[in-house]
Design a protein around this ligand. Sequence first.
Ligand SMILES: Cc1ncc(COP(=O)(O)O)c(C=O)c1O
Length: 391
Amino acid sequence: MSADDRPLSLETRVVHAGEPEPRIGGALVTPVFQSSTYVDDGSREYHDLPYLRLNNSPNHATLHRKLADLEGAESALVTSSGMGAISTALFGTLRAGDHVLAQEGLYGGTHTLFAHDLPALGISHDFVDLRDPDSWRARLRPETRAFYVETITNPLLTVGDLPAVVAFCRSHGLLGMIDNTLATPVNCNPLAIGFDLVVHSATKYLNGHSDIVAGVIAGSAEMILACKRKLDHLGATLDPHACFLLQRGIRTLALRVERQNANALTLATMLSTHPAVSRVNYPGLDTHPDHERASAFLRGFGGLLSFDHAAGAEGARRTVEALTIATGAVSLGGVETLVTLPAETSHAGLSVAERRKIGIGDGLVRVAVGIEGANDLCADFASALDGSVAT
Ligand SMILES: Cc1ncc(COP(=O)(O)O)c(C=O)c1O
């Protein structure tokens, strides 16, 4: 709260929320506590012992407070990667015998976790189409415990009816879990819509500089405690130096994401007029099928977009090779623009049939738009696309 009790804006909170008061040793920035263990006074139980794997260094504590504030959660927990957050959140809340409804078209790593790893531990799932609530009811079982979705999907940029998912979870006693990586707390706060647990790959926008991998789980104090106890044993702890970099990255989150929202809309608009592009996926375009629904609960549409090259895989490859500002690399959410062909990278773990079913063609190009000048990006893509159709 501000001095006159007004709620503080996100722009202010990314800078100030969660910072230690008083500052540790007077240091304005929480220094890197490069120590695996701390002097123990003998008064604590196992999970509270001051030991790095138990996720309680001063670097962790600062980040936990800041991230809880940004997601409007009681508590938050950082992990050593986004997949570390997702697997910890699932292991921390589910048991053998449980069943999960999961959105079709999830990030490839999460899809594979549901499809191949969790069944071996006795946790079953059904992938459901978020546009078809009748199919959710049809797949519901007495042992269904959770519904797992993404705010905006990667790489097809669909936005489901999230308030309807929350209502369904409430009426059937399910835990609502959501990956908010693509939207970030700048564009959406899923807990405010009614979800129970939020996860992030902090590798992406939260850190924003393509120099660490990290993850976040945010939710009620009780659920985060259960996840922390699981994480203490799984050992997917975030290194203190990575904590330091993540904390530094978050301070510019609002500025970066606002620019990425604007750049992505400008680039998506240009791409949708280019003859070498047969389809553009960006929920900020008013031609996108989810635009109206998404506008009701997203404050911005994010920095990720994808498009189909009219000439398929060959055309897509020629375009990526001809780009001079955008770089061919996996990942997203950094300050620099990156491009990938999802069929060959993030979704290579899926069979061709699985990819076709969720709409990922071989000519799909995913663009993670950075903070460069929008005119430079548009010129780079226009020129690469022009060259990709030349005979
Ligand atoms: C939406 C989403 N969730 C989770 C992940 C996994 O994150 P990490 O690579 O940090 O484990 C990714 C990675 O690309 C992602 O795009």
